[in-house]
Design a protein. Structure first.
Length: 306
């Protein structure tokens, strides 16, 4: 039996509670397929669209809700949907396994340069004109995101530790399907007086890599919209990658093959996990081909040079 940490993007979860529940029910089938193969799984979900909506709604009501609290809210309601859908799918297949969700705090470094350069897009997409109005009214930073519109950007520091890592490992060791690190986790600083939240959003792929490292998972599986990572994307010489080494992945990064905010963080997070210990493998692929990806028939595997 192997342990797989699955990073599931927030953009795949829908924009309303009804749509989210429907999409998660579909995603649950693929995840339970992995469980049926005999794997333990930990699910780390994204919350990019959802946390931005929560933040905007709370601020509109004059609450001025900090980002860690907004992430905690999305961890709660997305975790609820994930837990329920997985429980229902397991029951439908008569698989006797428990499911649990861990509210997760993620430690970051107060000196992380990300705090000086916000780059993480969250929330809804706006027109350029409306984004310009929001910039003027709030002083916050909005940027164009992948040709789909303008979005708010916030600091995105790297995770350096997981407060609840022992709890997550305890659940996994007891064969419990676990949701953790939702939305990248609530970012906190370690201070002399204890942990305190800080205004930021952590990329869920890097949190998934950190959780996978700390619980000694066998595989990190990062879900994306395509079945394989590609180089020369959109060009006549576009090429799908099946298996690449650490050195090859670094070379492709240096050559600019992967878009920031899209495929780049997925590849970088994969590298962090693979280089964190011997025998570790990361896979980037499509959720509906999860079984094939784990068995080497789909997806892009990132492995060490050895």
């Amino acid at each position: 039996m192997s342990t797989i940490v699955v990073a599931l993007g927030g953009n795949a979860l829908g924009s309303t509670a009804k749509e989210q529940n429907e999409k998660i029910a579909i995603a649950a089938k693929s995840m339970v397929n992995l469980i049926e193969q005999g794997h333990n799984i930990v699910v780390v979900h994204g919350n990019g669209p959802q946390v931005g909506v929560v933040k905007r709604q709370m601020d509109a009501d004059s609450f001025e809700m900090p980002m860690p609290e907004c992430t905690a809210m999305t961890q709660g309601y997305i975790g609820y949907h994930l837990t329920q859908c997985l429980m229902n799918e397991l029951a439908a297949r008569k698989i006797n396994k428990q499911v649990g969700t861990v509210l997760t705090q993620v430690v970051v470094d107060k000196n992380d340069p990300a705090f000086q350069a916000p780059v993480k897009p969250i929330g809804e997409y706006f027109t350029e004109e409306y984004a310009a109005r929001l910039i003027a009214e709030t002083g916050k930073k909005y940027v164009e995101d992948s040709g789909r519109g303008w979005r708010l950007v916030v600091p995105s520091p790297k995770p350096i530790d997981i407060c609840e890592k022992d709890v997550i490992k305890l659940l996994v060791d007891n064969n419990i399907v676990t949701m953790a690190g939702g939305g990248g986790g609530m970012p906190v600083l370690a201070t002399d007086g204890g942990f305190v939240g800080i205004d930021a959003v952590i990329d869920k792929d890097f949190t998934a890599a950190k959780i996978a490292e700390l619980i000694s998972a066998d595989c990190l599986f990062i879900i994306t919209a395509v079945d394989r990572v590609k180089i020369n994307f959109g060009k006549p010489d576009e090429k799908s990658l099946e298996t690449i080494t650490i050195a090859e992945a670094k070379q492709y990064i240096s050559e600019g093959h992967f878009a920031p905010g899209s495929m780049l963080p997925k590849v970088e997070a994969s590298l962090e996990f693979v280089t964190s210990g011997s025998g570790r493998k990361a896979i980037i692929g499509a959720l509906d081909l999860a079984e094939e990806a784990i068995n080497g028939k789909s997806g892009t595997a990132i492995v060490s040079e050895s």
